[in-house]
Write a protein of this length. Structure first.
Length: 168
């Protein structure tokens, strides 16, 4: 099946500015979605391996914001800001992510959650304002590997939560 229509042309127009990472997680879609909606979950898995997260403020609603600091394994702190632009439980979350509210280099991400039997396929599609910003994220900040590790941390966390729920 070929992609057609406005959505397809928008995707091809942004292909050189985007990163797409997907993973199948052995947990129900509602639980995987919930892991993105509550700060008590996010603080347990968000970020690449070796990173931890401290939340300053969190309001999960369209127009709401999440301000946090990611602490790198080398001691570097990264101030981060996310504004939620679309929330469609348990199918989709869209957001704007940058270093601050007015960051001109902020990027857009669309997360989709698709049920695959008792598992969930999550796809994270990130579009940067320019190809150069995308390339910098990949080369300097290892965004692809970091995204894979972040989804790996999510998978480990929700799988553990699902197992505990099944046991209890």
């Amino acid at each position: 099946m070929s992609a057609t229509g406005r959505g397809a042309s928008a995707r091809s127009a942004s292909a050189d500015r985007e990163i797409v990472i997907a993973r199948v997680i052995d947990a129900p879609r509602e639980l995987v979605f919930e892991a993105f909606t509550e700060v008590r979950h996010l603080s347990r898995w968000w970020g690449p391996e070796g990173f931890s997260t401290t939340t300053q403020s969190f309001e999960f609603r369209v127009g709401g914001e999440w301000e946090f600091v990611m602490h790198g394994p080398d001691g570097t702190d990264y101030t981060e800001f996310i504004s939620w632009t679309e929330i469609a439980p348990p199918e989709r979350i869209a957001l704007l992510h940058g270093e601050s509210r007015d960051d001109p280099n902020a990027f857009e991400s669309l997360l989709t959650f698709d049920a695959e039997g008792s598992a969930t396929r999550i796809e994270m599609r990130t579009v940067f304002p320019t190809k150069e910003l995308r390339d910098e994220a990949v080369e300097k900040y290892h965004a692809i590997e970091g995204g894979r590790q972040t989804l790996g941390n999510l998978a480990a966390y929700v799988t553990e939560v699902a197992q505990k729920g099944a046991e209890g």
